[in-house]
Design a protein around this ligand. Structure first.
Ligand SMILES: [Zn+2]
Length: 84
């Protein structure tokens, strides 16, 4: 049994990965606030939140390398630093 799943936002302009509990019906994308219908979404099942968080990070980093311009990634990193 898997407790969590990693999902991808199905809004074309977003497409970011996030995770949720596997028994959830919908998930609000933390990036664009689009409501993702989990019945239709492709899910990658994992056991723990730790695993889910790690995968989300890996997937979004890969995504960033593919779709985001360099300046966007840099400004995001700066924002992360100020949060800590
Ligand atoms: Zn989204």
């Amino acid at each position: 049994m898997s407790n969590y799943c990693v999902i991808r936002c199905d809004k074309l302009t977003c497409g970011k990965f996030s995770y949720c509990k596997s028994n959830q019906k919908t998930k609000k994308c933390p990036y664009c606030e689009h409501i993702i219908n989990l019945a239709k979404a492709k899910k990658h099942h994992v056991q723990t939140t730790g695993e889910a968080k790690k995968l989300v990070q890996i997937f979004n980093t890969r995504l960033g390398e593919i779709t985001e311009p360099k300046w966007y990634k840099e400004s995001k990193t700066k924002m992360d630093i100020t949060k800590q």
